[in-house]
Design a protein around this ligand. Sequence first.
Ligand SMILES: [Zn+2]
Length: 282
Amino acid sequence: MWRLVIKMKNGLLQNFELMEIAALILFISFITWLSYNWKKKKPVSLLPFASEYRIILQDKVVFYKQLADKDKVIFENRLQQFLSQVKITGVHIIVEPIDRVFVAASAIIPIFAFSNWQYNNLNEVLLYPDSFNEEFKISGQNRSVLGMVGSGAMQHVMILSQASLREGFNNETNRTNTGIHEFVHLIDKTDGEVDGVPENLLDKKYLLPWINLMHKNIKEILAEESDINPYGATNKAEFFAVVSEYFFQQPHLLQSRHPELYQLLKQIFGQKEDSKHKIIVH
Ligand SMILES: [Zn+2]
């Protein structure tokens, strides 16, 4: 039998049999596990999901409608989680339940395939009545901004036009969705730069093909040979946000008109489809 001989402080030799040592290790491991689990915080219990929210999802959110029943439950939980962590504040407007559902759905749709995703870079969403200008003014000239991800003093804040947010979900034939557009900017920002390259989502081997495809498509938009919103030609960050709106609003149209783009966006957002074109997640 293996033995361990340890010289104690008092000069005596102590013998340990291997079985004794193994039992001691097991005992220490058990105590460590027990104290860890004892201290572990229970997850924050959420309020039951409001049936009013479910009706809105079922009626207005195409992405949710296409999910399998078990994924609908996951979507609802994540929506509830988002709403418990991010404050939604109306500026000169009342925030209605439909606005809360649309903001949270815009956040969850692009990252639904990533079960551990948290928006650590967002504390509050401000809802303005309609378009605003670069100085966040809601009256006067040059009010062309519909959404914005804050920086500097506005870090961790997003601004959305309530009218535009609603329009994105109320019209199923739209290729635009301001809520999804702004959350895609926020996702893009998590690697440090809003540059149209979501390095946290896309496998390295797809980075160069993605950049090349963005250049090719921006050229086509500028040559007026594309059905993609011309705003996408502003820069690569806007291109990524604009085609993501298209991807989630009209996936089948994007697939038929821009198959390469569709395939790479599927990679980016971690999605695959079953034979009935229902979106399923990994
Ligand atoms: Zn944008």
